[in-house]
Each structure stands twice: as structure tokens, then as C-alpha cells.
Design a protein around this ligand. Structure first.
Ligand SMILES: Cc1cn([C@H]2C[C@H](O)[C@@H](COP(=O)(O)OP(=O)(O)O[C@H]3O[C@@H](C)C(=O)[C@@H](O)[C@H]3O)O2)c(=O)[nH]c1=O
Length: 183
């Protein structure tokens, strides 16, 4: 039904749903609760998000929400491609501050699951990229937090050509060392 591959940090998974192609086009189950449960992902999603980035070189992140609004995320790309990153920000974790990255694209039809306790961000690597993702807690601006995408203490190796396009909020985000994670 779907293929699941661990990505090296606890609970972060690549998920590849089956794509049934025929002369009309294709059909795919892009999220199926029971199949994910069988794969060890037991979450209830409450909100779907869709973002569009006009160009390659847009960085969104690194973002997370504080408890009790911490979010698990299931991220996919319906057009274009991203380099998607999860950073472990669980203070009691043996992999605190470590990151993992995965190219997620419409062409590969893959997804990334990022559990709560991780900061999340992505770089668009194609123009006109659309990212669609499910989250397990509703948006709460009071609990919404950011972390510098280029914090040297984390050292994400973004596949960037030049300077990224960032929101003003992301430009002003703090370093991991200055973070309040609520955990
Ligand atoms: C995230 C979010 C934003 N918004 C609003 C707030 C703001 O006016 C506008 C744009 O918000 P942002 O700049 O935070 O959007 P963006 O930078 O795309 O934020 C997203 O980045 C990725 C990496 C994530 O992981 C998401 O959880 C989310 O943080 O949309 C909502 O209404 N609901 C939401 O769930």
C-alpha cells in the first residue's frame, strides 16, 4: 500500500504511497490512517496546509509550535520539489540539535513525516513549487516559533545557489541556543 523508510532520526520517516498509473493519468492514496498506523504512525490530523512558492531558493523555516499545540506533520509536494529538513529540538534527546534532510518532489511522489519535537523547514528547488501538508494540532500564533535556518550550531547543508528568499519573521528568528522549546 505504501513504502516507509526511516531517515535516521527517531520517528522521521519517508513515506512513498503507491501511484496507480493508467491511460487516464494516475490514482494514489496520499494519506490513509490505517496504513500509517500499521507503519507505527498513530496521529490524528486536524488541519491541511497548502503553500506555493514562486521561485526556487525560497526557504520557509525552521518552524515549530510549542506544546500543547506541537504538531506532527505529513508533507508532500504536488508541483515542483523541495529539500525538506527536520531538526530534533527535544532537549532530553540524544540527537538534540541534529538534522535530517530529504528531497521531496512531485516527480518522486514521496512524503516526509515529521513528529512533534522537531523543527521543520524547506528550501524550494524548483520554481512554482506547491507543498501540501497535514498537521496534528491547529495553528496557534501564540505557540508558533522559529529557529534560524542557518544556525551554525545545527549546520543544515541546504543545497542553495545564493541567498535564499526568507520571510521577515524567518530572517529575525533566534538561534537554537536561545530557544524556548517548552519541552
Ligand atoms: C502556518 C500558518 C500560517 N497562517 C498565516 C499566518 C501568516 O499570515 C501567513 C503566513 O504564515 P507563515 O509565514 O508562518 O507561513 P510559512 O512560513 O509557510 O509557515 C509554515 O512553514 C513550514 C515550514 C511549516 O512547517 C509550517 O508549519 C508553517 O510554519 O499565514 C495561518 O493562517 N495558518 C497557519 O497554519
Amino acid at each position: 500500500m505504501l513504502e516507509v523508510r526511516p531517515l535516521g532520526l527517531e520517528g522521521v520517516l519517508e513515506i512513498i504511497p503507491r501511484k496507480h498509473a493508467d491511460e487516464r493519468g494516475f490514482f494514489s492514496e496520499v494519506w490513509r490512517e490505517d496504513a500509517l498506523k500499521d507503519a507505527g504512525v498513530d496521529v490524528t490530523f486536524v488541519q491541511d496546509n497548502h503553500s506555493f512558492s514562486k521561485t526556487r531558493g525560497v526557504v520557509r523555516g525552521l518552524h515549530f509550535q510549542l506544546p500543547p499545540f506541537a504538531q506532527d506533520k505529513l508533507v508532500r509536494v504536488t508541483r515542483g520539489a523541495i529539500f525538506d529538513v527536520a531538526v530534533d529540538i527535544r532537549r532530553d534527546s540524544s540527537t538534540y540539535g541534529r538534522w535530517v534532510g530529504l528531497t521531496v518532489s512531485a516527480a518522486q511522489w514521496n512524503q516526509i513525516f515529521i513528529p512533534r519535537g522537531f523543527a521543520h523547514g524547506f528550501l524550494t528547488i524548483e520554481d512554482g513549487t506547491e507543498v501540501v501538508y497535514k498537521v496534528s494540532a491547529p495553528y496557534s500564533p501564540q505557540h508558533d516559533r522559529g529557529l534560524r535556518f542557518d544556525d551554525p550550531a545545527i549546520g543544515v547543508d541546504w543545497p542553495l545557489d545564493g541567498e535564499p528568499l526568507l520571510s521577515s519573521k524567518d530572517t529575525a528568528a533566534p538561534l537554537l541556543a536561545d530557544l524556548e522549546t517548552g519541552s
